[in-house]
Design a protein around this ligand. Structure first.
Ligand code: P6P
Length: 333
């Protein structure tokens, strides 16, 4: 494949499909550049004095790793001055982050999980950045939290970076899904997979099986049938993967199919699941649907959910269409 850079790809999208306004192109390039700096910091590991905990907790009550805080700061600094954003929101910050008055404001809202899977940082397992782009309500220059509470179907772009054996950036602006690999020598993102598609069938499922005794009946039935394999109602064997890093599990599924599940369970009946709607489930749902897969919370399409709170959690079933539809149908019975 002729090497096409992210910049060239975005310019062509803008020129040929008129789908990416110049301001959105700038935003994506700035986020991609921030992911390069995060990749650089992550890859230093113990040599960069960046491992271990930051000695603080985030709004979720989770211990923050130094790299969580560092990645968050890198994304804030990279995006503050560009003039393309009205405000930002992050898993690592309780409230929204308005653009400082010394900078011009734009029409986009950027939401991100700066470093997802951070429990894997200190043991050198793939981690990543997840981001979602919404438009600020018309003419709203001082957005409040309310402005962010839009369903996932309103996203104009979404993507993730995986900091793994390769550093890749996977992106959609509503016209399919493309993957770019970081060429470290040139410092540029190179298009390496065009128009990714999630196979509708799969033999792989991803779930944290240690929670099995807490699962509600529809999940228990669905997983038990997979475990029964050839001898059970599915009539074929299945394989299991759980990396405990959503970006890595989703990237595998985008490449070879699979179903990723983080269901609600009986441990905390009023907690709808572990993953966050606005900056984990919604961007991943947008990417998976753009690649021909499906994403539900067990009852409805994730991108149809009207958010009530910035950091609200949601149950997640996403990946190969046929499996997501089956697992969801068990919840409807
Ligand atoms: P558990 C990482 O902390 C994360 O938010 C996702 O990336 C990952 O899929 C999930 O939580 C792992 O959760 O309960 O298996 O540690």
């Amino acid at each position: 494949m002729k090497r096409v850079s992210l910049t060239q790809y975005l310019v062509e999208e803008q020129r040929l499909h008129n789908t990416i306004p110049a301001e959105l192109r700038l935003l994506i390039e700035v986020v991609a550049r921030a992911c390069k700096t995060i990749s650089h910091a992550v890859s230093k590991g113990a040599l960069g004095e960046v491992l271990g905990s930051a000695g603080s907790e985030n709004v979720q009550g989770e211990v923050q790793k130094k790299l969580d805080v560092l990645s968050n700061e890198m994304l804030l600094e990279a995006n503050e001055w560009g003039g393309h954003l009205a405000a930002m929101a992050s898993e690592e910050m309780e409230t929204i982050h308005p653009i400082p008055n010394r900078y011009p404001k734009g029409e986009y809202l950027l939401l991100f999980d700066p470093l997802d899977g951070s429990s894997n940082i200190d043991v050198n397992v793939s981690i990543g950045t997840i981001f979602s782009v919404l438009k600020a309500p018309e003419g709203m220059k001082e957005p409040n939290e309310e402005a962010f509470l839009q369903p996932g179907s309103k996203q104009v772009a979404a993507g993730y970076a995986v900091y793994g054996p390769q550093t890749v950036l996977v992106l959609t602006t509503g016209n399919g899904v493309n993957c770019f690999t970081l060429d470290r020598e040139m410092g540029s993102w190179v298009l390496t997979q065009r128009d990714m598609k999630v196979p509708e069938e799969t033999k792989e499922f991803a779930i944290n099986a240690s929670n099995a005794r807490h699962w509600y009946p529809p999940v228990k039935r669905y997983i038990d049938e997979l475990l029964a394999g050839k001898t059970g109602p599915r009539g074929r064997d299945f394989n299991m993967r759980w990396i405990a890093s959503m970006v890595a599990d989703v990237h595998r599924i985008l490449n070879r199919g699979g179903i990723f599940m983080y269901p609600a369970d009986a441990r905390e009946p009023d907690k709808p699941g572990k993953l966050r709607l606005m900056y984990e489930a919604n961007p991943m749902a947008f990417l998976i649907e753009q690649a021909g897969g499906a994403a539900t919370n067990g009852k409805q399409r994730i991108m149809d959910i009207q958010p009530q709170k910035l950091h609200e959690r949601v149950a997640v079933f996403l990946g190969s269409k046929n499996e997501v539809e089956r697992a969801t149908s068990y919840h409807m019975e």
